[in-house]
Design a protein around this ligand. Structure first.
Ligand code: CS2
Length: 489
């Protein structure tokens, strides 16, 4: 089967939107680290809109920092891929042309550094997932004992990590007398800009203090809030799309209609006219971030563990269970008072919209996909809110059940006894802690000792330990659905 390619664009079905600009004139103005589905369905679409508006500076060079998979999907298609937006039975197809190739970091790190140091590049965006920052999730400190961080510190000319590539490229730019690029983190981390800045500066300072001073003075690492539900593509999605297009697109991504990008208005140099592209520029991203992390992502994680433990494969199926739906509302009732919503965010309609987004059956969003990497997600999604509620003397039954469900997930067994592999950078550690515990109370205390996840003050708070233990016992005794129903009462 022929792959999607520039020559095929003119013969696609008439209802498929195709790039209307001259791709040959597009410059690479953005390098994206970690080119997964989320980038292709979110930031790349904004850069594609910039190109469509006539500003041809914003082509995107993608980079994979681990495997060649995405390069092999996109390079044979000249970077073209389809964004499939699904809402119930509606489907809207658009070919995105902003991608100008994909490089694989480990194959030739120096070439990627050189590309990032090109004078036309003004922005480096990243989606490397929480663990890609190589920061301790609880303290935000650079993981100096991580083998790849150590390798970057020993030889920054051939970096392996995201902060390492940024440091190496900024070093090359400084040497060439160029401005730094703006680094825009697009991961679901609280204070994502501050975090990547801290990681980059910590690394740079160990390599060359004057480089760190220059980055501190001239660089920009705006905070962002990014939002769009982008489930992993499955083979059936590609087969259905191939039947519609008449060519095969191995790089397609599927997403919901909703999309939002809030960026702190702080740049080191040129940028597209973001405001005209529907991006919100603001001085205060944190209120947006907290609302999104605690409401959308907090509920996502809790429902992912509860749903996956009780055999609900997709998010829309889980939220169709009345007990889970009521539980999500209870969780939001707990999270809501911990938030200071920004002007423009009205919480009740925001919650309603989230529930309909979760109910979008056409997305087929797997609970196990969201369950991945929970150790990196829990602090900002559930624990920060729980700590604030406890400080205010408020209860945390619903939040504690989300945490307990994550703990149950660490055992690698669903309620029906199906074994699965816990996909988490700390899985070996949690397995080791659980191996020495022979009852539920001991399991909860063992996991609470994981300081990379639970800040010591929270772990030492009896009210937290009691709430999580009682939720864990309820899961063992009642199963996830009934435990959720009880927690929502
Ligand atoms: C999800 C997010 O996989 C996950 O952890 O909670 O990817 C979520 O779909 C996005 O943050 C939505 O913007």
């Amino acid at each position: 089967m022929t792959r999607l390619n520039p020559a095929a664009l003119s013969s696609l079905p008439a209802d498929v939107a195709v790039p209307g600009y001259d791709r040959a004139q597009v410059k690479i103005g953005v390098v994206h680290l970690g080119i997964g589905a989320f980038h292709r369905a979110h930031q790349a679409v904004v850069f594609d809109d910039a190109l469509a508006s006539g500003d041809l500076r914003w082509g995107v060079l993608g980079a994979s920092l681990r495997s060649p998979g995405v390069r092999d999907q996109l390079n044979p298609q000249d970077g073209l891929y389809t964004l499939v937006v699904r809402d119930g039975s509606d489907e809207h197809l658009r070919i995105i042309g902003a991608g100008r190739g994909v490089m694989v970091g480990p194959e030739d790190p120096a070439a990627l550094v050189a590309a990032m140091a090109d004078a036309d590049v003004h922005i480096v965006t990243l989606t490397v997932t929480e663990k890609g920052y190589r920061l301790d999730p609880a303290t935000g400190d650079l993981l100096l004992d991580d083998a790849d961080v150590a390798a970057d510190l020993a030889d920054i000319a051939a970096p392996r990590t995201a902060p390492g590539f940024i440091v190496a490229a900024l070093r090359a730019r400084k040497a060439a007398g160029l401005q730094p690029f703006t680094v825009i983190s697009c991961d679901n981390l609280p204070h994502n800009g501050k975090r990547i800045r801290a990681g980059v500066l910590a690394m740079a300072r160990r390599i060359d203090p004057s480089l760190a001073d220059w980055i501190e003075a001239e660089g920009a690492f705006p905070q962002t809030m990014i939002d769009r539900i982008v489930p992993a593509t499955i083979p059936d999605d590609i087969a259905r799309l191939t039947a519609r297009l008449g060519v095969e697109d191995q790089g397609m991504v599927k997403a919901e209609p909703f999309t939002q990008w809030v960026i702190e208005d702080r740049f080191a140099g040129e940028r597209p006219d973001f405001a005209s592209l529907g991006v919100q520029l603001t001085d205060a991203v944190e209120p947006w971030e907290d609302a999104k992390l605690r409401l959308l992502n907090g509920a996502h994680s809790a429902i992912a563990y509860l749903g996956a433990l009780s055999g609900h494969e997709h998010v829309h199926e889980a939220v169709a269970v009345p007990a889970f739906r009521a539980y999500v509302e209870a969780l939001w009732d707990e999270a809501q008072p911990t938030l200071d919503p920004p002007p423009g965010l009205d919480t009740p309609p925001y919650r309603d919209a989230l529930m309909s987004r979760f109910s979008n059956a056409a997305l087929m969003h797997r609970t196990r996909q969201i369950a991945m990497d929970g150790s990196q997600k829990l602090p900002q999604r559930l624990l920060a809110g729980a700590a604030e509620r406890l400080a205010a003397g408020q209860g945390i039954d619903a939040m504690a059940l989300g945490v307990a469900a994550w703990m149950k997930w660490q055992s690698g067994l669903t309620e029906s006894g199906e074994a699965f592999v816990v996909d988490d950078p700390l899985a070996a550690k949690t397995a080791e802690l659980l191996a020495d515990a022979d009852n539920d109370q001991a399991r909860v205390s063992a996991l609470l000792s994981l300081s990379a996840v639970f800040p010591p003050a929270l772990a030492a708070d009896d009210r937290f330990a009691v709430a999580v233990t009682s939720a864990y016992l309820s899961l063992s005794r009642n199963g996830a659905v009934e435990a959720a129903r009880l927690a929502a009462e």
